[in-house]
Structure formats: C-alpha cells, structure tokens
Design a protein around this ligand. Structure first.
Ligand SMILES: *[C@@H]1O[C@H](CO)[C@@H](O)[C@H](O)[C@H]1NC(C)=O
Ligand SMILES: *[C@@H]1O[C@H](CO)[C@@H](O)[C@H](O)[C@H]1NC(C)=O
Ligand SMILES: *[C@@H]1O[C@H](CO)[C@@H](O)[C@H](O)[C@H]1NC(C)=O
Length: 128
C-alpha cells in the first residue's frame, strides 16, 4: 500500500517534471502525432512522394494531394511515419489518366548526418 502510493507519487512527479517539454523528453521512443503544418513534416512528405515516383514509374507525374496522417518518433534520429494521398497522372495515347493512391511511407532522418532513408511500405489505389 505504502509502496503503491510512493510509486504513484513518483510517476506523477516524473510526469509533472517532463510535461511541457518537447516530445523527446515526454515519451522517448513513442510515436506522437506530427504537426502537419511543420515545414519539415511537409518537406519529408514531398521526399516520400519523390521516392514513390522513383520506385514505381518515372514516367508518371506524382503529386502530393494530402497528408492524411503523420507521426514522429525518436529513434536514433527522427522517424516520420506518413499516410499520404498521392495523385498519379499518366499520359496514355493522348489520354490523361489519373489515379489516387493511399501510401504508407516511413522517412528516417538524422539531420546532423544528412542521412535520410525512405521506405515505401505500401501504396493502394483508392477508388472514390
Ligand atoms: C505547427 O507548425 C506551424 C508551422 O511551423 C506553427 O506555426 C504552429 O504553431 C505549430 N502548431 C503546433 C500546435 O505546434
Ligand atoms: C494517425 O496514426 C496514428 C498511429 O497509427 C493513430 O494512432 C492515429 O489515430 C491516426 N490519426 C488519424 C487522424 O488518423
Ligand atoms: C534504408 O532502409 C532500407 C530498409 O529499411 C535498407 O534496406 C537500406 O539499406 C537502407 N539504406 C540506407 C542508406 O541505410
């Protein structure tokens, strides 16, 4: 009983000490929702689209329509996890073909080392 209260008190104290600090201190290693307006979050989303283009079809035009969701996680650098709506446009025999894909991409960066590793986990065509 005494132990429980003490443990609870310690947890509360630690929480109070670290709340209000940046995510690195709040929950090291846990993914937290990213600020979608953050220029870096947007930049890496664009890099993700460039990688999707590189890995799929160089001839198509790819356009980032929307960042559906993004989380950031501190893992020896920062891991951005994205759900993106990517608009793909192809010209085929004079026709313009458009396709919407929901892509799941990880961008792992270590800014101080200029390291960036992009993993395209999936891209699924959206019919709507
Ligand atoms: C999100 O990022 C934008 C642009 O940097 C900034 O103006 C805004 O205050 C941020 N919002 C939060 C909740 O941090
Ligand atoms: C964003 O992704 C995280 C982690 O997968 C999830 O917990 C959260 O609910 C998602 N938010 C939205 C708005 O989809
Ligand atoms: C990037 O990550 C992929 C898969 O996680 C790995 O195969 C590849 O070697 C990595 N590239 C670099 C430069 O670390």
């Amino acid at each position: 009983m005494g132990f429980t209260h003490q443990a609870l008190f310690t947890v509360l104290l630690v929480f109070m000490l670290f709340s209000g600090h940046t995510y690195t201190e709040e929950c090291a290693g846990c993914p937290i929702p990213a600020n979608l307006s953050d220029p870096m979050v947007q930049k890496y989303a664009q890099d993700a689209v460039a990688e999707i283009k590189k890995e799929t079809n160089h001839m198509s035009l790819y356009y980032l329509e929307e960042i559906i969701n993004a989380t950031v996680q501190v893992v020896a650098g920062i891991l951005y996890h994205y759900e993106l709506i990517v608009l793909r446009t192809d010209l085929y025999e004079g026709l313009i073909l458009r396709e919407k894909d929901l892509c799941n991409v990880d961008v792992w960066v270590k800014e101080w080392e200029d390291f960036e590793n992009i993993t395209v986990n999936s891209c699924e065509r959206q019919f709507n």
